[in-house]
Design a protein around this ligand. Structure first.
Ligand SMILES: *[C@@H]1O[C@H](CO)[C@@H](O)[C@H](O)[C@H]1NC(C)=O
Ligand SMILES: *[C@@H]1O[C@H](CO)[C@@H](O)[C@H](O)[C@H]1NC(C)=O
Ligand SMILES: *[C@@H]1O[C@H](CO)[C@@H](O)[C@H](O)[C@H]1NC(C)=O
Ligand SMILES: *[C@@H]1O[C@H](CO)[C@@H](O)[C@H](O)[C@H]1NC(C)=O
Length: 392
C-alpha cells in the first residue's frame, strides 16, 4: 500500500513538471478594459521566470492597458511562453514608458516564446507627430520607446502576433542567438517616422519568415556584428525596404556575415534590397549576402548598394567608405522600379566590392528605360539583365 502511494505521488509529480504552469493575468488582478496591468504583469513575469517548471503567461481575450513590462533573466523556468490572445495597448503619451527604452523589454532569457494570435498596439501617433519634421533623416529622431526590446536571448521564438503602431521600432533584437520570427503582422502607416519592423544587431542565427511588414521605415534592417540571417517569404510595403546597414558609423563595429533574403515581395517601398555603408566610414566588412527571387512592385532603387550613405548631409564625400563588401548576389529580382535607376551599385573607391553576382534581373521603369549606376564593382553576370548593366 505504502509503495503504491509513493508511486502515485511520484507520477503526479512527473505530471506536474511535464506540464506548463499557466499564469493567467486575470487571476492576478489584471482586468480587461480596466487600469494599467503593468504591476500584475511584471509580477507574473517574475514568478514565471523563477518557477522551476515551464511557464506560460496567458493574456486572454480582451483589451488590456499596459504602461510598460520588463523581465530580466536568467530564469529558472526551462521555457517561458508569453501568450497574448487579446489586445495589449500602450499609453499614448510619448514619454509614458519610464524605465526602459522599450515598452516591453526582455533580457537574458533562454527558450522564450512570444505567441498567441494577439495584438500589441504601441499607440504611436502622438510620438510620430513629434518626429515628423526631422525624422526622415532618421539619425535625428527623438528616441521614443520601441514596442519590443529583445536582448541577450537564446532560442527565441516570436510567432503569430501583430505589432501595431509602435512609437519607434516594432522589434529591436540584439545579442540574440537562434531567434525565429514567424507569421507576424507588423503594421504602421507608411508616413509614420522611424517605425522600423525588426532591427537585428549583434546576433547569430536569426530567421524571419512568413510575415508581413507595413511600416514607415525599414521593414527589416541588419546591423553590425551579425551572422546568419535568413529572411524568407515576407512581404514589405509600405516601408523603406530591407537593408543591411548602415555600417561604418562607429569605430568598434564587427562584420556582418551571411544574409539570405529569398522568396519575398516588396511593394511601394522607398528602397528595395539595400546594403548601405557611411561615406567617410569607420572600417568594417560585410560578406556573403544573397538576395534571391524577389518581386518588386513600384519600388525605389530595387537593387541598391550605397557606400556613400549620408542621409543628413555633412559627410566628407571625398573620404570613401572603409567597409569592405564581398560575395554579394542578386538573382531573380523582377518587377517595377519607381525611380529611373533600378540598379545602383555604388561601391567604395578604396575597397571596391568583391564577388558581386547578378543573375536574371528584370526591372522596368514606367517613365522610360530603366537605368543603372555602377562604380567600383565588377559583377559577374548570368541570365537575363534588364537593365543591361555595364560596369567599366
Ligand atoms: C533554436 O531554438 C528553437 C526554439 O527554441 C529550438 O527548437 C531549436 O532546437 C534551436 N536550435 C538550435 C540549433 O539550438
Ligand atoms: C531559410 O529558412 C527557410 C525556412 O526555414 C529554409 O527553407 C531555407 O533553407 C533557409 N535558407 C538558408 C540559406 O538557411
Ligand atoms: C508574392 O507575390 C506573389 C504574386 O502575387 C504571391 O503568389 C506570393 O504568395 C507572394 N509572397 C509573399 C511572401 O507575400
Ligand atoms: C535630410 O536632410 C538634408 C539636409 O538637412 C536634406 O538635404 C535631405 O534632403 C534630407 N533627406 C531626406 C530624405 O529628407
Amino acid at each position: 500500500m505504502a509503495r503504491r502511494m509513493l508511486c502515485i505521488t511520484i507520477s503526479l509529480y512527473c505530471l506536474f513538471i511535464a506540464h506548463a504552469q499557466i499564469f493567467d493575468i486575470t487571476t492576478y488582478g489584471a482586468k480587461p478594459g480596466g487600469a494599467d496591468i503593468s504591476q500584475p504583469l511584471n509580477r507574473i513575469l517574475r514568478s514565471a521566470c523563477d518557477s522551476s517548471t515551464p511557464s506560460t503567461i496567458l493574456i486572454p481575450k480582451g483589451k488590456f492597458i499596459l504602461k510598460e513590462a520588463y523581465l530580466k533573466g536568467p530564469c529558472k523556468a526551462p521555457h517561458i511562453a508569453l501568450t497574448n490572445q487579446g489586445s495589449v495597448i500602450a499609453l499614448p503619451e510619448p514619454t509614458s514608458v519610464k524605465k526602459n527604452n522599450e515598452w516591453i523589454m526582455i533580457q537574458y532569457v533562454d527558450h522564450l516564446t512570444i505567441n498567441g494570435n494577439g495584438v500589441y498596439d504601441g499607440v504611436g501617433a502622438k510620438s510620430w507627430a513629434l518626429n515628423k519634421e526631422h525624422c526622415w533623416n532618421s539619425t535625428q529622431c527623438n528616441q521614443f520607446p520601441n514596442n519590443f526590446g529583445l536582448h541577450n536571448l537564446k532560442h527565441l521564438t516570436v510567432r503569430d502576433i501583430t505589432s501595431k503602431d509602435a512609437k519607434s521600432f516594432h522589434f529591436i533584437v540584439s545579442d540574440a542567438q537562434n531567434a525565429t520570427f514567424q507569421n507576424l503582422k507588423v503594421t504602421a502607416p507608411g508616413n509614420s517616422p522611424n517605425t522600423d519592423g525588426i532591427h537585428i544587431g549583434k546576433s547569430r542565427q536569426v530567421t524571419i519568415m512568413d510575415s508581413s511588414f507595413k511600416t514607415g521605415d525599414d521593414c527589416v534592417s541588419i546591423g553590425d556584428d551579425t551572422k546568419g540571417v535568413n529572411i524568407t517569404r515576407i512581404s514589405c510595403g509600405p516601408g523603406h525596404g530591407i537593408s543591411v546597414g548602415s555600417l561604418g558609423k562607429y569605430n568598434d563595429e564587427k562584420p556582418v556575415v551571411g544574409v539570405w533574403v529569398t522568396n519575398s515581395n516588396l511593394s511601394n517601398t522607398m528602397n528595395g534590397v539595400r546594403i548601405k555603408t557611411w561615406a567617410y566610414s569607420q572600417p568594417n566588412e560585410a560578406s556573403n549576402m544573397h538576395f534571391e527571387n524577389i518581386r518588386m512592385d513600384n519600388v525605389g532603387n530595387p537593387i541598391n548598394i550605397d557606400q556613400l550613405y549620408c542621409p543628413s548631409g555633412g559627410c566628407n564625400m571625398n573620404m570613401p567608405s572603409r567597409v569592405k563588401l564581398n560575395k554579394i548576389s542578386f538573382k531573380g529580382i523582377t518587377g517595377t522600379s519607381s525611380t529611373p535607376v533600378a540598379v545602383n551599385l555604388v561601391c567604395s573607391s578604396t575597397f571596391p566590392c568583391q564577388g558581386v553576382e547578378i543573375g536574371n534581373i528584370d526591372l522596368k521603369f514606367k517613365g522610360g528605360a530603366a537605368q543603372f549606376v555602377c562604380s567600383n564593382a565588377r559583377p559577374a553576370f548570368s541570365g537575363k539583365q534588364n537593365p543591361k548593366i555595364n560596369c567599366r
